[in-house]
Design a protein around this ligand. Structure first.
Ligand code: SAH
Ligand code: SF4
Length: 339
């Protein structure tokens, strides 16, 4: 049985058309699910027989929140899925609203050397409803609306392409969660053919690319994916994406002490990115217990940032949120798995 929270409005329309019903029923269902948040029995503008049919055809279950760690400006949630796997989501309070970082897979197969989610390998893709539920359940818990979404939790979203696209459609739908398309960011380690496919969707989401190194030798040491799609293929794909979508792309660069944080690395990065409509987001590394990488010193990050600026690159340093509550990608789940 398919979970109803995994259906886009178009998919529900198809369902109703197949049942010889008017397709606007899909809109009504969306309003009940996402706006009124009522149980099926109370869907008063939908006939009893149709409600019975819906009950037979769909499941309405959701994962469970099993843990929540709080800090002043962050909360991190651990979810238990129906097959007892665990995933996590983090929310952050900003002056402009609340953002959420959602997971897209249980574990990750990309195997980046510095990442906790990659250390534990992929178990499976998340279903669309399991991604939508992360937002619904947290909004219910905090009794507030989430205004922006980053797909930067556990997993490689472009390795779960279809479910992630359906997720984006549902949360962006004005009759569902109504999260503005420009308030949705997808982060990828750089699966080149999928970036090109995403470009063809013609949606105005923000794309963030995990680059993390300015040359192939170094990037291949940090990210296995570089052996399949190297930097020049990746940069070409990003250029194509920018030209096609007319959107600025974010380049993520995690600052690893003594690995990719030298003056020389900064210069090489600047020349690699020169002239592109991008901005660089320098990410202070969140240290984990199992992986020996260390975070770069604050002064080193500032200097790296200044070097990029002086070479005309737009750059910001990511505000550090929740390192106390193991908020880095995959850390809470990894504690749970190890138990
Ligand atoms: N798989 C996607 C999205 C999830 S990871 C990707 O790799 O882009 C989201 C971001 O967090 C990536 O840029 C990743 O490199 C970074 N990251 C992973 N582990 C981290 C850690 N311990 N500290 C800081 N950033 C980390
Ligand atoms: Fe996967 Fe992203 Fe972690 Fe790499 S950084 S292992 S792609 S989750």
């Amino acid at each position: 049985m398919k979970n109803i929270y995994g259906f886009t409005r178009e998919m529900l329309e198809e369902y109703f058309i197949e049942k010889n019903e008017k397709k606007f029923k899909a809109l009504q269902v969306f309003e009940w699910l996402y706006i009124h948040k009522e149980n099926l029995e109370n869907w008063t503008n939908i006939k009893k027989e149709i409600r019975e049919q819906i009950k037979k055809d769909f499941s309405f279950t959701m994962p469970k929140i099993v843990k929540c760690e709080r800090d002043t400006l962050t909360r991190k949630y651990l979810f238990e899925l129906e097959d007892a796997n665990h995933i996590e989501a983090v929310i952050m309070y900003h002056d402009y609203g609340i953002s959420i970082c959602v997971s897209s897979q249980v574990g990750c197969n990309m195997g980046c050397a510095f990442c906790e989610s990659g250390r534990l390998k992929k178990v499976r893709n998340l279903e669309t409803y399991e991604m939508v539920s992360q937002i619904l359940l947290i909004e219910e818990d905090i009794k507030e609306r989430i205004s922006s979404v980053v797909i930067m939790g556990i997993g490689e979203p472009l390795d779960n392409y279809e479910n992630v696209m359906h997720f984006i459609k549902i949360i962006n739908d004005a009759k569902a969660l109504a999260i503005g398309i420009r308030h949705i960011t997808l982060s990828t380690s750089g699966i080149v053919p999928k970036i090109k496919k995403l470009m063809q969707e013609n949606i105005q989401i923000n794309l963030a690319i995990s680059l993390h190194a300015p040359n192939d030798t170094l990037r291949s040491k940090l990210m296995k994916v570089n052996e399949v799609y190297n930097i020049s293929q990746l940069i070409d794909a990003i250029k194509e994406y920018i030209a096609h979508t007319n959107r600025r792309v974010t380049i993520e660069y995690v600052m690893l002490k003594g690995i990719n944080d030298s003056e020389e690395n900064a210069c090489e990065l600047a020349s690699l990115l020169r002239g592109m409509n991008i901005y660089v987001n320098l990410i202070p590394y969140n240290e984990t217990n199992h992986i020996e990488f260390k975070k770069s010193e604050k002064q080193v990050i500032s200097k790296f940032c200044e070097t990029l600026k002086s070479k005309g690159i737009n750059v910001t340093i990511r505000k550090e949120f929740g390192s106390k509550i193991s908020a880095a990608c995959g850390q809470l789940r990894s504690k749970e798995v190890e138990k």
